[in-house]
Structure formats: structure tokens, C-alpha cells
Design a protein around this ligand. Structure first.
Ligand code: ZN
Ligand code: ZN
Length: 597
């Protein structure tokens, strides 16, 4: 490495009047310039020069040195300079706290804040945003509240930046009402405060309020930024509000922030969740500098749409471009492998993860067990569980249980069921599975016990809900419901379809109905499952060539899956169904999932 000496140019009259103060201020300016462009070596030379002249203990110089090392991502040097500065003033404390926050050392930032509290220096509008951000990162709403108290005492509550930071902190910690109180009290608001609120609601799934605030912010002429757009796009994606999402995409193009990584991943997730995978690729290609979040959104999209070969290609490009995969990246890879039964590949990525220094979490283990279980490698799945460094969770045992049920290993299934029970927190969706498992293994007493528990706890089954978007309206259907204004026509259409389907070979599979009723009643229940009502509604109201997109909150049952295959053939329509797990694209009697879901 060659060190280019830098010429320290002094003001032209330096020979006569260059004072001590001018001298060190000039060095500070030079240091600031190097921090801005991240020129480490030049900055180090200036530091050496400062040491030679003995300027290092001047507070202003120390401040600039702390900043310089923070900007060049060497926060431990910032810390050293701070500790070695004998005369610490307010900015010395603030700059070192900022250095820790910027370099993602939130604990250190909070520790320093506590130390500052014991001095005579009071925190101010530079200190609060940093420590509040640290609380948000750590999810420490308790500490955040204490700081909020100090903010009020010191009169900074009405400061725009401090208040916005409080909103962000509460929103990140998920206590949206606290955020809202601060927001409502603010005399002025900026884009940070608006975005913080919108993000908070979006994160909690309170989608209507998130969108309402977004509209308000536009009406009030707030200059919304890429974080705002990314939050609302995620809202639209999660509620599959395609039309609104498209309008927001238009706005992003108008403000030319469509090439930002944040907006890009929002758009990818929007189009992917609405089932338009083609647009997802287009949006992805438009973003030139892709962050890990952007890559992850695209990988998740491919996984959900069952486009595994594209996903594996993408992962290779991601590695090729030097982007370090994270926790979520590997989860998408494992999920995709599990859904098409790529056992060898799944194993490979699970091991690769450790090579990247990422410890597999419960979800990674559950997905690997799911992959092995689906492929019938039950003993291998069991040994993966046994090797887990932490206590296996409900999701891990349930994955094994599902695999055992599919491959009819009743004994191991019952063992897994026992484990789920030992953990004590059986989720409502599991009772039926457990009861059936015990019944199959001949443990009838246990099966009865589970059913009793289900009754005693009054556990409610989540009811199936399907919905469809038409223009700016969302039409919702539950199984057998007659609330829709066009209900009569919908049922007529379904009856008509039933005849056609049966003629072309469809036979209802009543094993999907769990109620103890006769066969005819079972068939009747199946025929009016919510997704079929939604499809019938689309058939009577959509133009003939428009693909039908239906969303469902639960997994599609086997009989609906089969019936919709027949529907696509009889009507010649493309039907896209997004269920709880993945996308199904039905065309000409076939589904894109290859019946593997
Ligand atoms: Zn069904
Ligand atoms: Zn399918």
C-alpha cells in the first residue's frame, strides 16, 4: 500500500497570522472532508499529524476524530478516543453515542447514555434520536419509555426530530398506541413521523389505518420517500390489493424512486402475493443495486410460485455478486426445496448456512424436517431433531408428525404427537391432527382425550375465508354463506358447474369433511367451500378471458384442489388460487403445483 502524503494547505496569510485555533480548526475541516468520502488512509495521516502537534485533547478535534472513525466503520477507535479525551463536553458524548448507533451497537449506545446521565451534561436533540433508535433495534420499549420520560422533563417533546424518533421507536417495538399518542400531539410533522406511523400500522397488519394515513400524508403534501412507499406496498401485498398497489407503483415511477432497493422489494412482494409473477421479474430487473432484502423478496416469490430452478439460479447470482445471504435467504431456499422434494439440495443449503456463520433457527429445522418427512425419510428427520442444539419446538415436531401421517408410520406419528403435548401449547389447528393420529395408532383413549380437550378449551377452528378483488372492491366469501348480494346467481352457477364437472369425471372425496354426517350432506358441504363461491362469482361477473385470482386464508382442501382442476378444464379459464401455503395456477385441468403442496 502506498501512502500519498497529503499537503496541509493553510490560508495564504498563514506565515504571519496563522493562530493556534485556525490551525486545529483547519485540521478538523480536513478530517471532516475525509469522513464524507470515507478515505481511511488520508484520515489516519491527519490523525497522526494531530498527535504530533498535541491537538488530540481539544474537544472539537476529539469530536471530529470520533466522527471520522464512526463513518469509516471503526467504532472501537471512536470509543478509544472518547475514553482518552480528558475534557469531555456535550458534543463528545453525543458523537460517541451516535457512533455506536450508526455502527449498530445499540447496547453500547444505551450504556453510554446511562453514563452521560450521571454527569452534568444533559442529553439534547442530537442524543435522543440515537438512543431511541437503539431501543427500537433492541425492542426495549421499557427503556424507551424511561427515555420518553426524560424527554418530557427536558422539554424536547415538541422537537420534530425527537418526537419522530419516539414514533419510530414505539412502532418498531409494536406498541402502536404509544406511537399514535406522540404523533397526535405533534404540532408539525415531517416525512419521518408519517412514515414511522404508517410502518407501525403496516407491521401490525392494521392495514386499513396504514393506508388511510398514507392517503392523508399525500393530501397534506408530505414529500413521501422510499421508506413510506415500501411500507404501503407491503400492506397492499399482504391484503392482495392489486389495484391500489398498481396505483402506488405508478406514483413511485412518477417520483422516480422505483429503482430503490426498499421500493423494489415492496413491489416484488406486492406482485408476487397477488400472483403476477411476470411483473415480479420485471420489477426486480429494474433495481440495479440490490440489497439482501431485495434478493430475499425475489427468492421468496420464486419459492411461493414453485419456480425452483429460477430460485436456485438467483441464489447463485446473488453469491456471485458478493451479497451475503442471511437467515431469511436460507429459509426461502429450504422452503422451496421442501415443496418440490429436493432432498439433496435442501441438505446442501442447510450445511451451507453454517459455512456462512448463520446458526439455523427453529424454522430452518422445521423446514428441513418437513422436507425429509415429505420424502419419507422419517428416521433421518428424527435424527435431525435429536441433533438440535436447542429444545425442538411445536413446529418441528408437527413437521415430523405430518410426514409420518403421509407415509403411514403410525407409531412414530404417535410419538411425535406425544412430544407436541409435552410442550403444553397445542395450537387450535392441531387438535384434529393429534386426535386422528392417536386413533390411527389404536390409542383410542388418547384420541378421545384430545377431543375432550378441544371441547373444554372451546378452541375455535379458524374459519375458511376466500376473497376476490374486482375494481376497487373486495368480495369475501365463507363456506356456504349467502350474504353476497348476487348470492342467488352464484349458487345457480355452482349447480350448473356441478353437473358439467360430474359429466367429465369429477367425484367428490368426502374424506375431507370431518363432521359426523351422512355422505350426501358431506358432498353438499364440500361443494360450497368458500373458494368455489368466489370462483363462481368471478365466472358470472368477469369478462370471459380475464384470469380469475382468488385468495384464501387457509390451505386449500384436496377436494377443492381437484374440483378447481376440473373447473379450469370445463370453463377454459385460468384460475389462480393463493392459499395459506403457496400459489396454485390451474389451467386446462392441471395445477402448477403438480399436486405437491
Ligand atoms: Zn375445500
Ligand atoms: Zn395446486
Amino acid at each position: 500500500m502506498i501512502f500519498q502524503p497529503i499537503l496541509l494547505k493553510y490560508p495564504s496569510n498563514s506565515s504571519t497570522q496563522f493562530s493556534f485555533e485556525q490551525h486545529y480548526r483547519h485540521l478538523c475541516d480536513l478530517l471532516l472532508a475525509q469522513s464524507r468520502i470515507g478515505a481511511l488512509f488520508k484520515g489516519l495521516q491527519i490523525h497522526a499529524h494531530i498527535l504530533k502537534l498535541g491537538f488530540q485533547s481539544i474537544p472539537l478535534v476529539a469530536h471530529h476524530l470520533i466522527n471520522f472513525y464512526s463513518k469509516t466503520q471503526l467504532p472501537n477507535f471512536s470509543r478509544q478516543i472518547f475514553e482518552e479525551t480528558p475534557l469531555k463536553i456535550s458534543i463528545t458524548w453525543n458523537s460517541v453515542i451516535a457512533a455506536f448507533t450508526q455502527n449498530e451497537l445499540p447496547r453500547d449506545a444505551l450504556e453510554l447514555f446511562c453514563r452521560m446521565h450521571e454527569t452534568r451534561f444533559r442529553p439534547n436533540d442530537h442524543t435522543y434520536p440515537c438512543v431511541l433508535k437503539s431501543c427500537g433495534i433492541l425492542g426495549r420499549v421499557d427503556v424507551g419509555r424511561l427515555i420518553h420520560g426524560v424527554v418530557i422533563k427536558t422539554g424536547y417533546e415538541i422537537d420534530l426530530f425527537v418526537a419522530s424518533s419516539m414514533i419510530n421507536m414505539y412502532a418498531k417495538c409494536g406498541t402502536i398506541w404509544d406511537a399514535r399518542k406522540v404523533f397526535d400531539k405533534m404540532p408539525y410533522r415531517n416525512v419521518v413521523s408519517w412514515t414511522g406511523m404508517i410502518f407501525g400500522y403496516a407491521q401490525l397488519g392494521e392495514n386499513e389505518e396504514a393506508l388511510r394515513l398514507f392517503k392523508c400524508s399525500l393530501q397534506q403534501g408530505v414529500d413521501v420517500n422510499d421508506f413510506t412507499f415500501s411500507s404501503v406496498l407491503h400492506v397492499c401485498g399482504n391484503s392482495t390489493l392489486l389495484e391500489l398497489g398498481r396505483q402506488i407503483h405508478g406514483l413511485c415511477l412518477k417520483k422516480s424512486c422505483n429503482s430503490s432497493g426498499f421500493v423494489g422489494s415492496g413491489l416484488v412482494s406486492l406482485y408476487s402475493k397477488c400472483g403476477i409473477i411476470e411483473n415480479t421479474y420485471l420489477v426486480f430487473d429494474e433495481v440495479k443495486i440490490k440489497n439482501v432484502g431485495m434478493w430475499n423478496s425475489m427468492l421468496i416469490a420464486c419459492a411461493q410460485h414453485g419456480n425452483t430452478s429460477k430460485l436456485l439460479d438467483l441464489f447463485r447470482s446473488m453469491e456471485g455478486e458478493g451479497t451475503k445471504p442471511n437467515f431469511i435467504t436460507f429459509l426461502s431456499l429450504l422452503y422451496a426445496c421442501s415443496h418440490v422434494g429436493l432432498v439433496k439440495e435442501g441438505r446442501f443449503y442447510f450445511d451451507l448456512m453454517k459455512k456462512y456463520g448463520i446458526q439455523p433457527g427453529d424454522q430452518h429445522y422445521a423446514t428441513l424436517v418437513d422436507l425429509l418427512g415429505r420424502a419419507g425419510k422419517l428416521q433421518e428427520a428424527l435424527s435431525v431433531i435429536m441433533e438440535m442444539p436447542t429444545e425442538p419446538t411445536e413446529s418441528v415436531w408437527t413437521a415430523l408428525l405430518t410426514g409420518c401421517r403421509a407415509h403411514k408410520n403410525t407409531e412414530l406419528a404417535a410419538y411425535a404427537a406425544d412430544k407436541v403435548f409435552e410442550l403444553g401449547s397445542v395450537s387450535s389447528g392441531l387438535y384434529m391432527l393429534l386426535s386422528n393420529t392417536y386413533a390411527a395408532a389404536g390409542r383410542l383413549k388418547d384420541a378421545a382425550k384430545v377431543r375432550m380437550m378441544l371441547r373444554d378449551k372451546g378452541v375455535k377452528k379458524v374459519s375458511g375465508l376466500s376473497w376476490i378483488e374486482e375494481g376497487n372492491m373486495v368480495h369475501k366469501f365463507t363456506s356456504g354463506d349467502r350474504c353476497h348480494p348476487r348470492s342467488k346467481e352464484i349458487y345457480q352457477k355452482l349447480e350448473e358447474l356441478r353437473g358439467e364437472l360430474e359429466k367429465s369425471g369429477y367425484v367428490a372425496d368426502t374424506s375431507y369433511v370431518l363432521q359426523q354426517v351422512d355422505d350426501e350432506a358431506k358432498k353438499q358441504t364440500l361443494w360450497f367451500h368458500s373458494e368455489r363461491l368466489a370462483i363462481a362469482f368471478a365466472l358470472i361477473s368477469f369478462p370471459p378471458h380475464r384470469p380469475i385470482r382468488v385468495m384464501k386464508n387457509l390451505r386449500v382442501c384436496g377436494d377443492c384442489h381437484n374440483a378447481i382442476k376440473f373447473m379450469s378444464k370445463c370453463t377454459g379459464r385460468t384460475i389462480i388460487l393463493r392459499d395459506y401455503n403457496r400459489f396454485h395456477r390451474f389451467e386446462d385441468g392441471k395445477c402448477s403445483c403438480g399436486d405437491y403442496w
